[in-house]
Design a protein around this ligand. Sequence first.
Ligand SMILES: [Zn+2]
Length: 241
Amino acid sequence: MKATVAHQNLLIELQKYDTTIISCGVRLANLPEIEQIKAIHKRLEDAVIELKVVETELEDVSIDLRRSEVDVEAVVDRMKKDEARLNSGAASPKELEQTQHELATLAKRKAELEDGELEIMMRFDLVKKRLDELASDEVGLKQLELELNVRLENSKSEINSELESAKASRAALVPQIETSLFDLYEKVRSSANGIGAALLIGNKCDGCHLEINAIERERIKGLDAEEVLRCEECRRILVRI
Ligand SMILES: [Zn+2]
């Protein structure tokens, strides 16, 4: 196939736009913010699950605490009644002895209940602290998510504008290239990782970076500048500088 040198050179220009278009697509799909936002969503989901568990735990501990307070109050009431009876002077010696014995038992019970209550209060504080931590984590994560979304949108719009500009330049360039040369370029490009044309730089093909062998080099030297070359290794269109 033959094509003017000018048309062959246009292929290299076209290739630059196509390479930019591919690179924009890769960059859009691999923006680091996409994974970072996914990770934040996962952490927020986990936090919601833990929050439910901790809230239930807080309710349970609150119930335990109220129950313990009621128990202590009941013992205190009973002790007050016993003390009133002791102080009334109306009890018989046997009753006095029984009441004193009961008061000692109640005092022991009250101390036990109060120890238990202290433990429950400590548990309550721990659960409450975890709840506060989760709430503050959620605020922090949501803030980070907002910031990442802004960064993601900025990066996207930057790449999209580069992409649109490359597409527009490509569309303007295509009609300037000979149809058969362009068709060959498209055919090669579709089977060679998006690179249809490459420069011949020194003895190397800039598409596959392999050296052209001596025999082929000699053959090329003897060819007309309008002869369309193909790399023997990668089959891409080779454009002489
Ligand atoms: Zn090659």
